[in-house]
Design a protein around this ligand. Structure first.
Ligand code: SF4
Length: 469
């Protein structure tokens, strides 16, 4: 069992970083300094970026949407897919002329990509205009690193190995005013054979339940109505502690937090979805009727090759149990197409599983070969052409199922948590059902943060339209 206190950044180190925040602020007290953060990847990265933004604002920086006018540009990177990595290099390359024109600009890069030694070496060699590089394990040290970078010590590089410490009490500047991300654990122990995350994010470390509940209470007092609990595998929350903490117990405690009306969580691993957790989901009125349960493949042979530790039959059993205990729950999933060695027959098994489960929605991905993972060395890598063909077929099937499920909602009334004006049509308001479906309707912007009833009138594959009742 991990020693909790030994996993947490000591308070005197947090205080030391606060001193650096003060020092950065004092470097040029009257200056109007602006920052721009570009975040790649998952919600955990988004939550990390909110903390980095909070630290920057505590250091006197102001957010800007225009990187050209900024004093600091930060990339928070993801290494789960090759495509996202290539995009980061493209952005870095394009910043070279800007840095030449404005040498005082600080270009910083952090996140999962920076936990890979060869990536850091590549950046230091090819992108000499980068001033600051740090990984996922030490974002609490950002003030100190930034101070060193702006006082002429660049490039500053700080990549720690090991599993990293949990930093409590960092300033945070949240993206939304109604719903908030709340990270409950870091790292992953599962080592799915295609996934780089355990190598860059380290082993599972759970935050103390009391710290999570304190953060949720604060969010409730600040007016947030919905929290989404984040972790690579939230179902195994607490297993690294010896104090009886579990994800089910955490949900039951968060149910009591004033102000918070809805609780969501992601991501769940099927092998850890216990009966205890299903019952907690059923019993807690604030826990929304939505489960994101990545299946990844429908063939038992491929599931074993992926090291997922369940079979398709076990997955069907889980879905049945969840639907039996929580009628009307929406179930979404992730599916990878073209894992090494996937044959047409294996892929047929995936299509068959999708038809049988009838997911509300599926996030489908082409397998992306990640150096350092066991799957990258496997024989039988599937051609891009075959992957794309299978991907299109899967998408067509799933889109049809999503549209059919949504069509059944026409005429029903759903409770919507209003998030604000729709991005696509500012005259419309947007929000989500408890089952996580997007609903657009005509309404007053003052409704943001309120729970309202909306009659669903038009349905599509991705969203629903309705009228306030
Ligand atoms: S559960 Fe598997 S896919 Fe998810 S982060 Fe861990 S290793 Fe990666």
């Amino acid at each position: 069992m991990a020693e909790r206190e030994g996993n947490i950044v000591p308070e005197d180190e947090i205080a030391r970083q606060e001193t650096f925040m003060h020092s950065v602020r004092e470097l040029d007290p009257g200056a109007d300094r602006k920052y721009f953060i570009h975040t790649f990847g998952c919600q955990m990265n988004e939550n990390d970026s909110e903390k980095l933004a909070g630290m920057l604002e505590s250091m006197g920086y102001r957010r800007s949407g225009d990187p050209e006018e900024c004093d600091l540009i930060l990339f928070n990177t993801c290494c789960v897919r090759e495509h996202a990595e290539q995009k980061v290099y493209g952005h870095l390359g394009r910043l070279k002329p800007l840095k030449a024109r404005r040498p005082g600009l600080v270009i910083a890069i952090c996140g999962c990509m920076m936990q890979q030694e060869e990536v850091v070496e590549h950046i230091l060699e090819k992108y000499s205009h980068v001033d600051l590089i740090f990984g996922t394990h030490n974002i609490h040290r950002f003030p100190e690193l930034l101070y060193r970078a702006v006082t002429g010590h660049s490039p500053v590089t700080d990549i720690s190995s090991g599993d990293g410490l949990i930093a409590e009490g960092l300033p945070i500047r949240r993206e939304h005013g109604v719903k908030a991300w709340l990270t409950i654990m870091y790292g992953c122990d599962n080592f799915c054979s295609y996934c780089i995350v355990p190598y860059v994010r380290g082993r599972e470390r759970s935050r103390r339940m009391a710290d999570i509940i304190d953060e949720a209470r604060l969010l409730g007092r600040q007016g947030y109505r919905e929290i989404t609990l984040l972790g690579q595998n939230v179902n195994s929350y607490g297993l690294d502690m010896d104090d009886g903490s579990s994800f089910a117990a955490l949900l039951r405690s968060l149910e009591e937090v004033d102000g918070i009306e809805r609780i969501r969580f992601m991501t769940s691993h099927p092998k850890d979805l216990s009966e205890e957790l299903i019952l907690a989901m059923r019993d807690c009125s604030k826990v929304c009727e939505h489960l994101h349960l990545p299946v990844q493949a429908g063939s038992n042979r491929i599931l074993a090759e992926m090291n997922r530790k369940y079979t398709r039959e076990q997955y069907f059993g889980l879905v049945d149990r969840v639907r039996d205990k929580i009628p009307g729950i929406s179930i979404t999933t992730d599916i990878i197409v073209g894992f090494p060695g996937e044959t047409d027959e294996d892929f047929e098994q995936t299509l068959d599983l999708v038809e049988r489960v009838r997911f509300d929605y599926a996030y489908t991905f082409l397998y992306s070969r990640r150096t350092g993972t066991p799957a990258a060395k496997k024989a039988g890598q599937v051609s891009e052409e075959a992957k794309k063909k299978r991907f299109d077929e899967l998408l067509k099937l799933q889109n049809g199922i999503s549209a059919e499920i949504n069509a059944k909602l026409a005429g029903t009334v759903a409770e919507i948590l209003v998030e604000g004006p729709s991005k696509n049509n500012i005259r419309m308001m947007t929000g989500r059902t408890r089952t996580n479906k997007i609903v657009n309707f005509a309404g007053d912007p003052g409704l943001a943060g309120k729970l309202v009833d909306v009659r669903i009138e038009r349905t599509g594959t991705w969203s629903l339209d309705g009228t306030l009742v």
